[in-house]
Design a binder for this molecule. Structure first.
Ligand SMILES: Nc1nc2c([nH]c(=O)n2[C@H]2C[C@H](O)[C@@H](COP(=O)(O)OP(=O)(O)OP(=O)(O)O)O2)c(=O)[nH]1
Length: 158
């Protein structure tokens, strides 16, 4: 494949893989805990922590994809609140060719590690250093930092 071939266009053009992730919190008005999920697969990502979610399917909106993924992966009916704005309208760059949009979300159901994860952990937002110290997928770290700031603002806003 040459540099101007279709593979390059797929990487750089509008065909980037669209991923959606949820910052599930216990209470959107006064968030105290955030759900982190540890990946069980593929091998390259196993053991790393992430926001539950996944790829947007063709013809699907980001919010619809996220609600579907949270049902499949965690068995919860989620409510999406505000989006955590990324550096571009497509969201946050991930490694390789993917870009992720992230929404702050809540659920009244109890999440279970049904698919893709081997551990779920409600991390305490009173200890942000412990949250960032988790071995997140490296691309998620700027997202976690921004999220912690936004959640701290929500806690003091009302
Ligand atoms: N869900 C999720 N994926 C992330 C995060 N950070 C990050 O780099 N990724 C990457 C990992 C994967 O390469 C990709 C998401 O793919 P996925 O495997 O979760 O998607 P999916 O559930 O739709 O799975 P599949 O149908 O492709 O098997 O984005 C994150 O915080 N959450």
């Amino acid at each position: 494949m040459t540099e101007t071939g279709p593979d390059t266009a797929d990487r750089e053009g509008p065909h980037r893989v669209r991923v959606v992730g949820a910052a599930l919190v216990d209470d959107v008005r006064r968030p105290r805990r955030l759900l982190a999920a540890r990946r069980s697969a593929p091998a390259a990502l196993a053991g790393q922590w992430e926001f539950p979610g996944g790829k947007v399917e063709p013809g699907e909106s980001g919010p619809d994809a996220l609600v579907r993924e949270l049902d499949e992966e965690l068995g919860v009916a989620a409510v999406l609140h505000e989006e955590l704005p990324g550096p571009s309208p497509e969201g946050w760059p991930l490694s390789g060719t993917a870009v992720m949009r992230v929404w702050i979300a809540t659920t009244s159901d109890e999440p279970a590690a049904l698919q893709d994860h081997d551990e779920l952990r409600w991390v305490d937002l009173d200890d942000p250093a412990a949250v960032t110290a988790l071995p997140w997928i490296p691309a998620d770290l700027p997202i976690v930092e921004s999220l912690l700031e936004r959640l701290a603002a929500l806690r003091t806003a009302r």
